[in-house]
Structures are given as structure tokens and as C-alpha cells.
Write a new protein. Structure first.
Lengths: 134, 107
């Protein structure tokens, strides 16, 4: 995969909670399920796991783990190969949480257009569930 | 989904309107008369569809004498093709849920 053909998505946010607490939400399966998807995650390098939703699933493998600091895993679907990396940096008021997803090829755009429809449906279902949770 | 997305989807959801837009994409600039000849609906109906396409930014009109020429604005479709923005939206939404979860969690 050439450099020119890859793209990345970066989301970064200041969160008023300590890194240790955010780390739990990023690495404990029952907590991951609450904000991302059902999963078979284990915080072990090379562990293969999957994320599943009604629109399909994502195959993942843990690449790096540095507790409370950084976590990365591959994020592969039918014809997409990417890597998601989480970085936690303590700040005075909490944590700067950064997510970077890298490795998309431009020729995968048609796939993305299709996938987005499924994801939109998933968001709606999720919002509905969340509205019923305290 | 933003209001702009909603409008694009809504505008292109109508098959007759989509057929007019696709024809402008395929064949380039056309007059209302030329579009009506193939649309299978009346000229006022075609004009109405063109007005909605124009409102959504999908077509542009150009007046020449008594004729109005319409052309497709492919750039208006870019929000639908810009998946990096969609992915960013996906993750922004995950971050929102993560923050909600953190509020509910014990220290």
C-alpha cells in the first residue's frame, strides 16, 4: 500500500477523566460494548478479536498495548485494511484522547459509500438504546 | 447526517428527478424542452424537478435568450463521496458515547 493511497481519520478530544479510567473503557469488553460494539477483545498483543453489529463485523488484532498510554489494533472489514491507534495523554484537567485510523485506499470508496448506509442505521439504533439508559 | 445530506438524499430519492439529474450528468447541458421530450412528464413537472435540483445545488441554470439551459453540478455530490468525513463522524459519535459511559462509570 503506497503512502499516497492511504488516508487517515483523526479525532482528538479533551476528556475530564483520568487516563486510567478511560483505559478501562477502551479495554474491558463489557465497557467497549457500551460505546462501540459487541466484542471479544482481550488486552493481549497479537490477540485476534472481532467487533460485531447487526450490519456486519470488524476483524481486529491487537498490535500494541502500553497501559494507560496507547493501544492499537488492526481494523479490517471485507475489503478494507486499517489500523486504529488510541493515545492517552494526561492533562491538568483530565486526558487528551486521540484516535487515529490509518490505511484506507482510495479505490475502496465505493465500499465506503455502501458501508455508510449500514452505519447510519446502527447509529440510530444506538441512539435509541442510549436514550433509554440512565 | 447533516441537513445538507438530508436534502441531497431527499432530492435524489425521487426517480423522475434522479433520471433528469443522471441525464444531465451523462449528456451535459440541456434545455427544459429537451429534458421534457424524454422525461415522460409535462414541462411544468420537469421545471419543478429542476427547481428542486437547483435548490439542492445539484444543477445550475443559464439563461440564453428565451431558453434556460441546465447543467449538472457534480461537486454537489462530494459530501456523499467524502468517506473520510463519514468516518470522522462515526468516531465523533463513538467519542460522545464513550464520554457518556465515563460519566456513568465509577472512578
Amino acid at each position: 500500500m503506497s503512502e499516497a493511497a492511504t488516508r487517515s481519520v483523526i479525532v482528538e478530544r479533551e476528556i475530564p477523566h483520568p487516563p486510567e479510567k478511560i483505559w478501562r473503557a477502551l479495554t474491558q469488553p463489557h465497557l467497549i460494548e457500551e460505546w462501540l460494539m459487541k466484542n471479544t477483545f482481550k488486552p493481549v498483543v497479537d490477540h485476534r478479536f472481532n467487533l460485531s453489529a447487526d450490519w456486519g463485523g470488524v476483524d481486529c488484532q491487537v498490535r500494541t498495548i502500553e497501559p494507560n498510554k496507547t493501544l492499537s489494533y488492526s481494523w479490517d472489514t471485507k475489503d478494507l485494511e486499517s489500523v486504529v491507534t488510541w493515545t492517552l495523554t494526561p492533562t491538568g484537567a483530565g486526558t487528551r484522547l486521540r484516535m487515529e485510523q490509518v490505511g484506507f485506499r482510495t479505490d475502496q470508496e465505493p465500499y465506503y459509500r455502501g458501508a455508510t448506509v449500514g452505519w447510519k442505521r446502527y447509529f440510530l439504533a444506538l441512539e435509541d438504546v442510549l436514550s433509554r439508559v440512565d | 447526517m447533516t441537513a445538507a445530506h438530508d436534502m441531497l438524499f431527499r432530492t435524489l430519492a425521487d426517480p423522475t428527478r434522479r433520471a433528469i439529474f443522471e441525464r444531465l450528468c451523462r449528456e451535459g447541458e440541456q434545455t427544459v424542452g429537451a429534458l421534457t421530450a424524454q422525461a415522460g412528464v409535462s414541462q411544468p413537472a420537469v421545471s419543478k424537478h429542476l427547481g428542486l435540483l437547483k435548490e439542492a445545488g445539484l444543477v445550475r441554470d443559464r439563461h440564453e435568450g428565451r431558453q434556460t439551459h441546465y447543467s449538472a453540478q457534480l461537486s454537489a455530490l462530494s459530501p456523499l463521496m467524502d468517506w473520510t468525513r463519514h468516518m470522522a463522524g462515526f468516531w465523533e459519535s463513538r467519542f460522545d458515547d464513550l464520554e457518556e459511559l465515563l460519566k456513568r462509570m465509577d472512578q
